[in-house]
Each structure stands twice: as C-alpha cells, then as structure tokens.
Design a protein around this ligand. Structure first.
Ligand code: AMP
Length: 418
C-alpha cells in the first residue's frame, strides 16, 4: 500500500525543531503579554459569510484561497484564512466591548489558504496575532506596531524592516480610488485579470510585483498625498509616537495588503533573507470591520506574524532561542532492584520541578549511556547493584565526564538544586 504523507502545502512539526518552535512562538508573544494582552481562541471553522463580509469579496484570499465546504448539515463553513475576523466576531458575540477598553487580545494557531506552495508559503501555516479594540487613539496604533517590532528584536532578528503607510478612511479613500482608477484606465495593462482589478480594487494594481506593471504605475498618484485632515493628523501622530519609541520605519505609500478591511495605519514587516515570500508579519487598523459583520461600531488595530517565515529568518541570521533542553537528569539503572529505585527517583526529581528521564528498555550500560547522551541531559545518575548496596548513586557530569558518588539520602536534593 502506498505510504500516506501530510497533504500538499502542509507539514508536520516534529522534535527537536518542535521545541524551538514553541520557544519562538512564546517569545513573539512575550512583549504583548507584558502589555496586558489576554488570550482568546476562536474556532478554526467559521460561517463562510464571516470572511466574505469581513475580509472582503474582492480579495484573492476570499475568491481563490478559502477552504470552504458544506458540512453534513448543509451549512457553508470555511477554515479560517486569518484570525482577525473571528476575534472581532467573538468580541461582539460575548459583548466584550461593554467591558474596560481598549480590549487587548492575543491568539495563536493555524490558518488555511489554498495558495501555491513554495518556500515560506504553505496551505496550513501558523500565525500569532494581537488585536486592540474599542479605542481610536494613535498612541494605541504605535503600541501595537511597537509590540511587533519588539517581538522580532526579542528573538535577536536584525534584518527586519517595518513598512508603514496610511490607507485613509471612508472620507478620503473613495475620491482617491476614483482618481487612481482613471489613471490606471489610461495604461496598457497586460491582461484581463489586471483590468478587472482596476474596477474591483485599483489599489491592488499598485502592489503588482511584475516589473513591467511596476514601471507602468510608477507615476500613479499615492493616497498619503491626499489624506483628509483627520487621517493625516492620525498618521502624523502615529509616526511621532514611533519616533519617540525609537522604532525605525520606512514610508511605503504603495503598500497594499491582501485583506480589504484595513484603513488608516497599515504596516508590514519584511525580512531581506527570505526571497519572494519576504513578509514576516503585517497588520493595520480596521475600524469598519465589526459593523461589516453585524457587530457594534468598534475601532480596532492588530497584526499577525507568520511563525514559519520567522523561523526561516532566524535560520538565515543564525539567531534565535536554542531548543530547550529536553531533560536535565537522566537516570541509568543497572539491574531489577536499581530500576525500581530509579522509577521513584525520576518521579521525585520531576515533582521537584527538574526535567528528568529514565533509560527504559533494559539496554545495558552502553546502550543506556548512549541514550543519556542523545537526551541532551547535563547529568546522568548511574545506579548499579553494588552502589545501591552501599547506599549511593554515581552522578556523572556529561559535559566534563566527572563522576562522584552521592548518598541516596541526599540524591534528590543534589539533583534538583540549581
Ligand atoms: P496576512 O494575514 O496576510 O496579513 O499575513 C500575515 C503574515 O502571515 C504574513 O506576513 C506571513 O508571515 C504569514 N503568512 C501569510 N500567508 C502565509 C502562507 N500561505 N504561508 C506561510 N505564512 C503565511
């Protein structure tokens, strides 16, 4: 029978990399935890209309990439392609907006997009994200952006660039969109798809990566030049706070993100060492999103970071946390009586809060010491029959090879003190 593998575009997270993976995910969220963000978890499956109405019917994510199917009850459900729409739905459903504001929330988990898999692009991928809702204050925009930049810095990444712009709001964007549309209509755009995009969402044409299109749109008007007074003031304030915080950014007036709900502050982090899939995270303000999915008026801003690409960036820079030690203490029993004692010792060491493991499988001294070595443990405890009779165990430092006899009465204390 043919051997089954993980579906195309998905992958397994396995040891030892999986331990590093958890350490990276936790480190990314640490700055947000210190800023008072609380954990939320929405289901992976949502009503399809949440994303159609929330993410935007003209986006590639909604039109081409969603895992949508009818469940056995005939309802159209979708495996979430992103996290924000679900969090905003959850806030309204639980009336969280009636509590203290801003609401500060974080989430982590898998997202699903039917994209063409390539390096750094998967069909199931992991994001960590934060959302700050209920207060429209440029200082909060700056906090959210800064927490992302601090997350990268906390991992030791130095090659991350922050691209920042304002996408305006319903007061100033429509007029700009019209002027951009007429500008683009006069260009010899290469294909029907692109011309359709001019009608649906002309901003997206500015984001076309093809060099000939880039050249064609080089003279197109930009939104930051025609922001209304309110949006300009907001954007200036955000940049002021970021400067005060010492966060460097690059103005990116043509930055367009793949989700339609953004307005005003919009940003993306890119890493130079990743090739085509250079975005390691992104986000922005989404003040109209809650109302578009039937919720109360609720301004919001947030980001999502892509864990896989961050791991690739860490590998490119040879930075990031070590995989944590799987065990500190590895116990090697030699003989039946020793094994009985060893089971109790391992349990006691663990209860005292130190990682410990045991050489299972009665492999003899050589095999057991090999297991001790590959466990990554710092110390091995060797329990031989003669030592047991003398009331001691041999404690061996696996880095230096030094070995000393420790009285069984003091063993747990000796193994668990720092
Ligand atoms: P988005 O939800 O599109 O704003 O994406 C936020 C971040 O998620 C991106 O900057 C990427 O790091 C990551 N990401 C998005 N799509 C994928 C994908 N298909 N595979 C891996 N990472 C992704």
């Amino acid at each position: 029978m043919s051997r089954l593998t993980a579906p195309k575009g998905t992958y397994d997270i396995v040891p030892p990399e999986s331990n590093r993976w958890v350490a990276v995910r936790d480190a990314l969220l640490q700055p947000a935890r210190l800023a008072g963000y609380s954990y939320v978890e929405a289901p992976v499956l949502e009503d399809t209309s949440l994303f159609e109405r929330g993410v935007g019917a003209s986006t590639d994510v909604v039109t081409k990439e969603m895992y949508t199917f009818a469940d056995r009850g005939g309802r159209s459900v979708t495996m979430r392609p992103e996290g924000t729409a679900g969090v905003v739905r959850l806030v309204a459903e639980h009336g969280l907006e009636r509590g203290p504001l801003p609401l500060k929330l974080w989430y982590a988990g898998p997202m699903f997009r039917y994209e063409r898999p390539q390096a750094g692009r998967f069909r199931q991928f992991q994001q960590v994200g934060i959302e700050a809702l209920g207060v429209d204050d440029p200082a909060l925009d700056a906090e959210v952006v800064a927490l992302g930049s601090r997350a990268f810095a906390g991992l030791g990444l130095t090659g991350v660039t922050l691209l920042l712009t304002s996408l305006g709001d319903p007061a100033c964007r429509p007029a700009y969109t019209e002027s951009l549309r007429s500008y683009l209509a006069g260009l010899p755009l290469p294909d029907e798809d692109t011309r359709r995009r001019v009608e649906l969402n002309p901003l997206r044409v500015l984001d076309d990566k093809r060099p000939d299109v880039q050249e064609m749109v080089a003279g197109a008007p930009t939104l930051v030049d025609v922001l209304c007074a309110g949006c300009k003031e907001h954007y200036d304030a955000v940049r002021g706070y970021l400067t005060d915080l010492g966060i460097a950014w690059t103005a990116a007036p043509r930055l367009v993100r793949g989700l339609d709900y953004y307005q005003r502050t919009t940003f993306e982090w890119q890493h130079a060492g990743l090739g085509a899939q250079s975005a390691v995270g992104g986000g922005g303000r989404y003040d109209g999103l809650s109302e578009s999915i039937g919720g109360p008026p609720l301004p919001g801003i947030g980001w999502a970071l892509g864990t896989e690409r961050i791991l690739l960036a860490l590998a490119a820079e040879q930075a990031g946390p070590e995989a944590p030690h799987r065990v500190e203490v590895f116990v090697v029993p030699l003989g039946t009586e020793a094994k009985r004692r060893a089971v109790g010792i391992v349990d006691a060491v663990r209860r005292a809060g130190t990682n410990a493991d045991l050489a299972y499988g009665d492999r003899g001294m050589k095999g057991a010491m090999r297991a001790a070595g590959s466990s990554g443990a710092r110390r091995a405890v060797i329990l031989g029959e003669r030592d047991l009779a003398a009331g001691v165990a041999q404690v061996k430092d696996l880095a230096t090879g030094e070995q000393q006899a420790v009285a069984l009465d003091h063993l747990i204390e000796e193994l668990t003190q720092q």
